[in-house]
Design a binder for this molecule. Sequence first.
Ligand code: ADP
Ligand code: MG
Length: 326
Amino acid sequence: MSIFARVLTFLIFAAITILSDAEWYSVSEDIMGTKVSVELWHDDKTTAEKSMAAVMNEMHAVDQGMSPYIPSSELYKLNSYAAEKPVVVSSELFSLIEKSLYFSNVSGGAFDISFSSVGRFYDYRDAVSPVDAEIKKNLSAINYKLIEIDKAKRSVRFNHPQMKIDLGGIAKGYAVDRAIDELQSRGITSAIVSAGGDSRILGERRGNPWLIGIRHPRKDDENAVRIPLVDSAISTSGDYERFYMDGEIRVHHILNPQTGKSALSLQSASILTPLAVDSDALSTTVFVLGVDEGLQLVNSLNKVEAILIDRGGMLHYSEGLLRATK
Ligand code: ADP
Ligand code: MG
């Protein structure tokens, strides 16, 4: 291209940029006990603002329906009655429970929403853990095989008197997907939506991939890795999100369903998949499984990649990522 053509191209591009007045918009809010944020590119301020409000609406809706703490939530009602009788639930909640059971099945129970049968006795903020006797008393209630679902009736029943479920390992990803659907339906083509450690990216960032940082598990404001992403979800589960130290032991919010105690083999597990509902559930799953079994599961699944940081701070990559960097 001649100098003249280049200058002309530049001037046209600059004029379009100025005339179109397009820019980045962003907003964040505390919802579902975490920071929810959206950043998007659009040339119309009103559309951008309405779209961001729609994202927050979706997040609030998921929280209102699926929080185990809000007494009016559907999940709260399910937890109150399902051990006595089958409870009919919305198709939305039913699908999410069904999906959770799928991840339990493929992981041999590493992902188990009934972890809450024991998990609800922990309070990480106040450094409270259940005593061993209490864990023992409720441990048999952590068992996804005792969650009975009836697809035709859309009902759920717990076949254990002490069982409680919690969708904390999957609902944020689901909410992020709903938010992205909402943005797409409004014509947005470049955006990122995050709920804590769960993010999904729509399109490119103005002609380039988005550069997403995976936090260093032991250094608050540092990234351990940065990866370029386009049209992908990424979730990270880490032992630094909600935890307290009991001497040398890090007591944190991801439980090994077999012991009712924090899973200790990794510092963080990041998963890349097209949908955030899957990356969310799988990051929790792989965190529990650890390096070997975790990577084995990831490598057996389609369109799933992983970046793991083990207890010693070493990085481990799934096969697809190793191939891509060779
Ligand atoms: P967060 O973004 O909240 O850190 P993660 O995706 O890392 O979420 O998952 C942690 C959450 O998953 C916990 O707060 C809890 O609600 C839930 N959880 C913990 N252990 C398990 C488990 N073994 N199976 C399914 N869900 C779990
Ligand atoms: Mg998760």
